[in-house]
Design a protein around this ligand. Structure first.
Ligand SMILES: O=C(O)[C@H]1O[C@H](OP(=O)(O)OP(=O)(O)OC[C@H]2O[C@@H](n3ccc(=O)[nH]c3=O)[C@H](O)[C@@H]2O)[C@H](O)[C@@H](O)[C@@H]1O
Length: 435
């Protein structure tokens, strides 16, 4: 006390008073100063921790300045914890308790809903970023809430939040679908791909490897990892060391990161290479979606063609087939072998193609849409820009077929019919507001 009283806060500002005969008034003023400085010190500490991202469990993270998060929820309180536990509670014999990241996304919503329907416990997490219209994500969230799935608003880079969720729920599985998607957007916002697909994945794996029990993880890779590979159909054994976009490179990096966490910590990891997934509640940034919107508005649509008027085609895969592939992967995922950060034995490491096995030219996709919408498209055919797109994708699915009987059953015509029906009922007269 006396030491603090007599030590200047700023060296050289005061002289230390060494007199033993200090007056009562002087003691009072020193005590007042001490109180003032202590108060300021505590206030500074409070401010530091309040603003620090690492302590953000009660606040949405803002670590990616290029992204606007719309979260405002607090992650605490008995009522909130009860909702988390209720959502994650298993309701069937031998059911799973699954943390679904990116649950308000297109694939995340469908997978969460299918898991819940069969009696698994499901807890979602999503940061509701504005890469595309967040109101669509909110509508998916409302849909899931009605079936008893809670989506926690938060970012997978928030380790404190993830830890908190694992402390509350001993998840048996993680279905990791949170990602920065889209091939062409990677040239506009490269940082968001590193933030979500690399840093976010690592932060999730860090928490999973420390968890006890460790969950088995199934996660979304992408057909884009085949990049400039020309051998068709694409097999999991083909080379994937020539990504054509930063998006593809981050997904490929994810596959290598998965290998590392499997090797060091015994995490069971399954990567799914999705092939151009489409369907109801889809992503507005994808061609089939914004073509629909623009055809209806009478706007021209850019249709890419390869060199020498070559065809650009995709192995378009309907969402219900993808959901079957996700559930089949979860059902055949073996347990992780480690616990609390220590490996106890070798663990499963897999990668599967999930495609439709019948590529369709983009021009045919447009023709199908024209018939379904009964509107002629204004086609603006142009050379495939150098933006990371590849001319052709085609999945060999024999590995997934062998492991869990994966067999896609929906052709593009049938799938697009379901999409268009959903689109018209969802947007109705609100077409103009689709971003
Ligand atoms: O399969 C995948 O792994 C990837 O599938 C899609 O990527 P992409 O196939 O490029 O899907 P779209 O953006 O919907 O494009 C579909 C086709 O339309 C073509 N396209 C796209 C945009 C456009 O304006 N015009 C056009 O002709 C593309 O070249 C492509 O052949 C997703 O956007 C990725 O997130 C996903 O990882």
């Amino acid at each position: 006390m006396s030491h603090l009283d007599h030590t200047p806060s700023t060296p050289g500002k005061f002289k230390i008073d060494k007199s033993p005969y200090y007056s009562r008034t002087r003691w009072h003023s020193s005590a007042a100063k001490l109180t003032l400085w202590s108060f300021l010190f505590v206030a500074l500490i409070f401010l530091f921790f309040y603003r620090s991202p690492s302590s953000s469990s009660n606040n949405p993270p803002s670590s990616d300045p290029s992204r606007r998060y719309l979260a405002s929820t607090t992650w605490s309180g008995a009522a909130w914890e009860k909702r988390v536990r209720t959502s994650a509670r298993i309701r069937s014999r031998n059911g799973f308790s699954v943390l679904v990241t990116g649950a308000a996304g297109f694939v995340g919503t469908h997978v969460s809903s299918a898991l819940k329907r069969r009696g698994d416990g499901v807890l979602g997490i999503d940061n509701f970023n504005d890469y595309y219209d967040p109101t669509l994500k909110r509508a998916r969230q409302a849909l899931l809430e009605r079936s008893g799935v809670l989506i926690v608003e938060g970012d997978i880079n928030d380790v404190a939040l993830l830890k908190k969720l694992f402390d509350m729920v001993p998840f048996t599985h993680v279905m990791h679908l949170a990602a920065q998607a889209g091939v062409r957007y990677a040239m506009q916002n490269p940082g968001s791909y590193v933030h979500s697909n690399i840093a976010g994945f690592v932060s999730l794996l860090e928490v999973c490897k420390d968890a006890n029990p460790q969950p088995a993880i199934v996660w979304a890779s992408s057909s884009s990892v085949y990049g400039l590979n020309t051998k068709v159909p694409f097999s999991e054994k083909d080379r994937t060391d020539q990504p054509a976009s930063l998006y593809a490179a981050t997904k490929k990096a994810g596959e290598e990161i998965a290998h590392t966490y499997n090797h060091i910590y015994g995490l069971s990891l399954t990567g799914l290479r999705f092939f151009t997934v489409y369907g109801p509640w889809g992503r507005p940034d994808m061609a089939y979606f914004f073509f629909t919107k623009d055809i209806l508005k009478g706007k021209s649509i850019p249709i890419f063609e390869a060199a020498n008027h070559g065809t650009v085609a995709r192995d378009f895969t309907y969402i219900d087939d993808i959901v079957k592939g996700c559930l089949g992967s979860l059902d055949t995922a073996q347990k992780s072998t480690g616990s609390g950060g220590k490996k106890k034995g070798p663990a499963q490491l897999r990668v599967f193609n999930l495609g439709n096995t019948s590529p369709v030219p983009v021009t045919d996709l447009v023709s199908i849409l024209e018939r379904l919408l009964k509107v002629k498209a204004k086609r603006n055919v142009m050379k495939l820009p150098r933006n990371g797109d590849v001319p052709y994708t085609h999945a060999n699915i024999s590995y997934a077929q062998k492991e869990f009987g994966y067999k896609p059953t929906t052709d593009l015509q049938t799938g697009l019919k379901k999409f268009v029906r959903w689109y018209l009922s969802y947007y109705g007269d609100k077409k103009a507001v689709v971003r």
